[in-house]
Design a protein around this ligand. Structure first.
Ligand code: F6P
Length: 377
């Protein structure tokens, strides 16, 4: 491999997750190994706009492999729509000017779908970029898995395990709301691993009658408790526009995330009511069985990465270091089978990878009598 040296800036953007520090360490150590200088940019793209940087030497990335969060800080701010005081401004030119001022040869961006898009915008504006796929949602296109997913899935699975014992004691339904944005990977994975009796994911709009019927069927068979794993992005079949079925949509649903985003863009930070509350309330009314709700929320993003994620983060990070040494830019480091491989950023930016309804995990869940909300079990 051709060897070259230069300077990289690393930033972490979007929602945090376990493994970010492990990737920073992997990239930085491998880059230093090849003789590159490393600069840390604080709080995602906002730090680039505001020129808030910290030097990263070997000592700074020692001992951080197991630490959750990101020592660089993160934000959801986008260069082209940056809240600046009372207004939102396009700060792309400032980002590029600071990239040049810092004499960067490449900006390494650790983030999810939003970050892939924002990095691609900077690529088009003239910066060299490399990205790594981070998110507990596992919904980044072009890679088979994202870092952070396994850790969050492990946390959610443990929560479902714990809910089982208390639900059994009280003969209740417990609805557990799981993150994942518009993708069902986290809910489906942890739901299967935790043995949830009902798993509702955004990709399969649910019918509450089918869910209630499945819960009552379990009771008829002597199973007096049930655990429902519900993705935060679930959609009720009666409120989603019917697609090719020819049926007319009953009601158009405005996504709570969209409303929240709009509010956030206007500087208002709202807290969403867990969708699990409504589902539990309605199921309790339909079945006369006591229901409770647990919304796992940001617990899923906290703490130390799993061994799987530590290994994945180190593999992805060091692969990025190799690409830097070869001066291969404008790529996302993806997982393909058991290899880490670069894919052109332009091919993945702006795409989302949701759960295909014919994914083998769906059939797996059905074969262990899990209700997926579309038909009673
Ligand atoms: O993308 C990760 C994620 O945790 C989603 O699962 C969730 O919808 C969102 O971030 C929550 O974002 P925030 O931390 O801004 O509340």
């Amino acid at each position: 491999m051709g060897k070259s040296t230069g300077t990289i800036g690393i930033l972490t953007a979007g929602g945090d997750c376990p493994g970010l520090n492990a990737v920073i360490r992997g990239v930085a150590k491998a880059a230093m190994h090849y003789g590159w200088k490393v600069i840390g940019i604080q709080d995602g793209f906002r730090g680039l706009i505001e020129n808030r940087v910290v030097p990263i030497e070997n000592i700074h990335v020692s001992g951080i492999l197991t630490q959750g969060g990101t020592f660089l800080g993160s934000s959801r701010d986008k260069p082209h729509k940056m809240p600046m005081g009372d207004t939102i401004m396009d700060m792309t030119e400032v980002a590029v000017a600071n990239y040049e001022k810092l004499r960067l040869d490449c900006l390494v961006c650790l983030g999810g779908n939003g970050t892939q898009k924002n990095a691609y915008r900077l690529q088009k504006a003239g910066c060299n970029v490399l990205t790594l796929p981070k998110t507990i949602d596992n919904d980044v296109a072009g890679t088979e898995i994202t870092f952070g997913y396994d850790s969050a899935m492990t946390i959610a699975t443990e929560a479902i395990d714990r809910l089982h014992t208390t639900a059994t004691s009280h003969h209740r339904f417990i609805v557990c709301e799981i993150m994942g944005h518009d993708a069902g990977w986290l809910c489906l994975g942890s739901g299967i691993a935790g043995g949830a009796d009902v798993i509702l994911i955004p990709e399969i709009p649910y019918n509450l009658e089918a869910v209630a019927e499945s819960l009552l069927n379990r009771r008829r068979h002597g199973k007096r408790f049930s655990i429902l794993a519900v993705a935060e992005g679930v959609r009720n079949r009666d409120t989603v526009p019917a697609k090719k079925s020819g049926k007319k949509a009953k009601k158009k649903e405005t996504k709570p995330e969209k409303l929240l985003q709009e509010a956030q863009n206007n500087g208002v930070h709202l807290v969403r009511e867990p969708v699990a509350n409504r589902i539990a309330r309605e199921l309790q009314a339909m079945t006369s069985v006591e229901a409770r709700v647990t919304s796992l929320g940001h617990v899923q993003r906290g703490g130390s990465p799993t061994a799987y994620d530590r290994l994945l983060c180190t593999r992805l990070g060091t692969k990025a270091g190799e690409l830097l040494a070869a001066r291969e830019f404008n790529l996302m480091v993806a997982v393909k089978g058991n290899r880490c491989e670069p894919v052109p950023l332009k091919e993945v930016a702006g795409k989302t990878r949701t759960v295909p309804v014919d994914h083998p995990w769906i059939q797996t869940a059905r074969l262990v009598e899990t209700c997926l909300g579309d038909e009673p079990v």
